[in-house]
Design a protein around this ligand. Structure first.
Ligand code: M3P
Ligand code: FE
Length: 307
């Protein structure tokens, strides 16, 4: 196996204001499967094409946003090495005990300079409702709602995006696939990958730390992005922008809000990244095209509304 180390975003724990309406949104509209509820009230969901037990965790509280984003690592023996590399670079590192989330092993937690919490973990139980493995059909149960295949990435906002990007590149071996910079070379947005995907996490410079811009789910194709748009209108859901396309990453996309005001994205496509690829760059005067390739203009709500 060539792909080792940090494999992919594995989970995100999202703060929501009302569990019942959030379940309608994430289960019935996005099309995730309900996995279970823990004693503390958190609800666990997964997308139909994911093998692991869960990927989305909803925690009911009085303020929307993201608690923590978890990355799955190929082997438990790597966790202590990552913890040391992160703390050598000045990150605050702590341990989360096995079982804090049902079916999940020990986690290494770190706080980034932009004020976001991230976890690294190597072990999560397999779902008994994951993709078939023997003579596999396309799916065990036909996809419902928007038909989200998997949790794909998050975009996070904060002040010191260079500091957070440095942790991901120097301690966790991510690559910068693409970035946008101001005329003085200050980075405005950084797209980072640990895989063959155009991005696994993205950061945008912002005046406030610890902000959540969106979590994103993969769809199969452009027609499914259109189907997602049909669902958004049918159920009178709050749309941000789209269907459209990104210049950065080239994904075909639509953005909308969950009932608590957290932004979600569903997308299809995007290029394949290899670690020997040169970094793609965008200048600030082309930021409109970079973000919305068809509109070629930014939208204040997209840039300004975060949880
Ligand atoms: C994406 C994506 C910026 C760009 C967002 C791009 C700067 O969400 O999935 O490619 O907000
Ligand atoms: Fe995105």
């Amino acid at each position: 196996m060539a792909l080792q180390g940090v494999l992919r975003p594995g989970f995100v724990q999202i703060r929501i204001l009302d569990m019942e309406e959030s379940l309608v949104h994430y289960r019935d509209r996005l099309g995730l499967d309900f996995v279970g509820k823990s004693e503390d009230g958190r609800v666990y969901l997964k997308a139909y094409d994911e093998f692991d037990r869960h990927s989305i965790i909803l925690r009911e509280t009085d303020e929307a946003g993201m608690d923590v984003m978890g990355f799955k690592v190929s082997d438990d023996s790597l966790l202590d090495d990552y913890a040391r590399r992160l703390s050598d670079l000045g990150a605050e590192v702590s341990a989360v005990e096995a079982g804090e989330q049902p079916g999940v092993g020990r986690r290494v937690r770190f706080l980034s300079p932009t004020g976001h919490q991230f976890d690294l973990y190597a072990d999560m139980e397999l779902s008994d409702n994951g993709p078939m493995t023997e003579n596999p059909d396309l799916w065990r149960e036909e996809p419902h709602g928007m038909g989200a295949l998997r949790f794909d990435h998050c975009l996070l906002y904060g002040v010191d995006i260079d500091g957070t990007a440095k942790l991901f590149t120097e301690a966790l071996d991510f690559s910068i696939s693409e970035y946008a910079a101001a005329p003085d070379d200050t980075k405005i947005a950084v797209f980072l990958t640990c895989s063959n995907k155009a991005h696994d996490i993205a950061l945008v410079r912002h005046t406030e730390d610890a902000k959540f811009h969106h979590c994103s789910f993969l769809l199969d194709n452009w027609n499914d992005v259109g189907h997602a748009a049909d669902i958004l209108t049918r159920y009178d859901m709050s749309v941000d922008i789209g269907p459209t396309r990104h210049g950065i990453t080239r994904g075909q996309t639509i953005y909308f809000f969950d009932p608590s005001g957290n932004r979600n994205e569903v997308f299809a496509g995007g290029y394949h990244y290899y670690p020997d690829n040169p970094t793609r760059t965008w200048t600030a005067d082309q930021a409109g095209k970079a973000i919305f390739y068809y509109e070629r203009a930014l939208n204040d709500r997209f840039m300004g509304v975060v949880t």
